[in-house]
Design a protein around this ligand. Structure first.
Ligand code: ATP
Length: 301
């Protein structure tokens, strides 16, 4: 991975956004080994966001020619809307996020942000508009402050402080021997999974993107920490348009709309309660997970 970043470093800050995008994506989707497949067309303008909406319009996509993964997917996330995508493993949930980040172009159909086709604008501007809070955050071997400030070139100390507060990690940082100057990562202080995730949330707050992609599979956290982080994420998403990729259904029950994906098709969509009433795939998944967590609780007793 560092071989990839070193030449980008030499090219300077112009690549900062792209590089940040790569780090986020690498962390979220373990894409380290795959090639970036799309290029900006010459003279492509930057995405101009006034109304952060997301639209998938009949999107057909596969990684290999002989296997279609998304079969004509359509959905719309309105300004400030919170949409969650659920579905069995391999249904295509992460693929949707990768397409939104324009790691690939659809075979047919369109993906729009604020009405603009993302294949017609620069990738850097698309990635600058989207904040990702990945499940496993990557921290640099540098100070806590640097790790937060990295969200945006030119972030001031005040920005970093406000972001740490917003991510509810300020009290923790203030207790560190050197505060924001404390070294973290492999060569410094080891942070817990929850602390790392809060640093990632703070970094996203510094970036201040109009669109958030949340990977809510906070599997490495105990349930108390997970609930605290979810509360923080909900607060952070309040004035933004968000797309959550959920593996555990309990984390997204209050989304405006839940899209249930199955084998690359929209099997169901609706609110949590409407989907439970339907007694379909979502209700099955919900009941199964309730039983599983019940069984876990019994073992713990
Ligand atoms: P999970 O809940 O297990 O993370 P998911 O719904 O996010 O699953 P995706 O990661 O979107 O699923 O994958 C959808 C399908 O696309 C899977 O069958 C997967 O094997 C395939 N796939 C994913 N990435 C690639 C790739 N880079 N090349 C080829 N096939 C891929």
């Amino acid at each position: 991975l560092m071989q990839l970043f070193r030449p980008l470093d030499m090219l300077g800050f112009v690549y900062r956004t792209v590089r940040q995008g790569l780090i986020d994506m690498a962390a979220m989707f373990q894409l380290m080994d795959s090639e970036v497949e799309v290029e900006d067309r010459p003279g492509a303008p930057a995405l101009a966001i006034r109304q952060p909406t997301i639209t998938f319009d009949n999107v057909v996509f596969g990684y290999d020619q002989d296997r279609t993964i998304l079969h004509g997917l359509s959905f719309h996330v309105p300004v400030g809307g919170h949409i969650a995508i659920v579905g069995p493993s391999g249904a295509g949930k992460s693929t949707i996020a990768r397409l939104l980040f324009r790691f690939y172009d659809p075979w047919s159909g369109r993906i729009l942000i604020d009405g603009q086709d993302i294949s017609e604008v620069t990738q850097a501007s698309v990635r600058a508009a989207i904040g990702i809070v990945p499940q496993d955050s990557v921290l640099f071997n540098d100070t806590v402050g640097y790790n937060i400030a990295y969200g945006r070139a030119g972030a001031t100390d005040e920005d970093v402080l406000a972001a740490a507060q917003g991510a509810a990690i300020l009290p923790f940082i203030e207790k560190l021997p050197q505060g924001f100057d404390t070294e973290v990562g492999e060569r410094g202080l080891k942070l817990s999974g929850g602390e790392k995730q809060r640093v990632a949330i703070a970094r996203t707050l510094v970036k201040n993107p109009p669109i958030l992609v949340l990977d809510e599979a906070t599997s490495a956290l105990d349930s108390r920490t997970e609930q605290d982080i979810l509360d923080t994420l909900h607060r952070v998403s309040e004035n933004r348009t968000s797309l959550s990729i959920a593996h555990r259904l309990s984390t997204i029950a209050d989304a405006d709309e839940i899209l249930v994906l199955n084998e690359g098709r929209m099997a169901e969509k609706g609110s949590h309660s409407a989907l439970l009433e339907r007694r379909g795939l979502y209700a099955d998944m919900w009941n199964r997970q309730q039983n599983e967590s019940g069984a876990e609780a019994e073992i713990a007793e």
